[in-house]
Design a protein around this ligand. Sequence first.
Ligand code: HEC
Length: 106
Amino acid sequence: MQLPRLAAALALAVTTGAAAGALDAPEALPEGEGREETFYACTACHGFGLVAQQGMTRALWDETLTLMVERNNMQPLEEKERVLVLDYLTQAFPPRRRGRPSPFLK
Ligand code: HEC
């Protein structure tokens, strides 16, 4: 009996683009230094689910930040903040095995 409800919830999550969960506040992200800064830097334009569904090496996160600036008109972060955000992304969303783990895993 739980299945239809789960399916409906999933369908809703997908259609709203929130497949990675309702990451609508910094507290919904894995803990770590730079969490708030990262959340607000990235959600200026899109939901954090877009970010959290990725798992990348530091080098690829670095490239992603550069792409956001060069292609998507992101305001470049100050060097200190950029390092903070990069450190946070690297430890909170590292490369991982296939499959989409819960964004609430620490
Ligand atoms: C100035 C706007 C802007 C900001 C700020 C921004 N992005 Fe993006 N980002 C975009 C746009 C536009 C897209 C592509 C369109 C979409 O899917 O919404 C995108 C897509 C992405 C994607 C998906 C790429 C893919 O191949 O699917 C990732 C990952 C991403 N952004 C990471 C980040 C991170 C991390 C930050 C914060 C450090 C960030 N973005 C901040 C505009 C922005």
